[in-house]
Design a binder for this molecule. Structure first.
Ligand SMILES: [Zn+2]
Length: 76
């Protein structure tokens, strides 16, 4: 079972809990003061990317002037 880290904003302490995936979203309560803890994101960075990046460049793979396809093997 994975260990998840939580932070208690009431007593400013971290605590860890073993949780199965099934109760991953259940509330975790501080063992010190029994307040509800906030889950700390571990090294798994699942945050989404910024939305101000605009269009993504294709990395020069579609620089073929003979066709408009990304893969221009027919022109080479
Ligand atoms: Zn606490």
């Amino acid at each position: 079972m994975p260990i998840y880290e939580y932070f208690c904003s009431k007593c400013k302490s971290k605590f860890e809990l073993l949780r199965s995936m099934k109760c991953l979203n259940d509330d975790a309560f501080c063992p010190t003061c029994n307040a509800k803890g906030q889950k700390i994101l571990s090294t798994f960075n699942s945050s989404s990317k910024g939305t101000d990046g605009g269009s993504i460049p294709m990395g020069g793979f579609n620089n073929c002037s003979g066709c408009s396809q990304a893969s221009c093997s027919s022109c080479n």
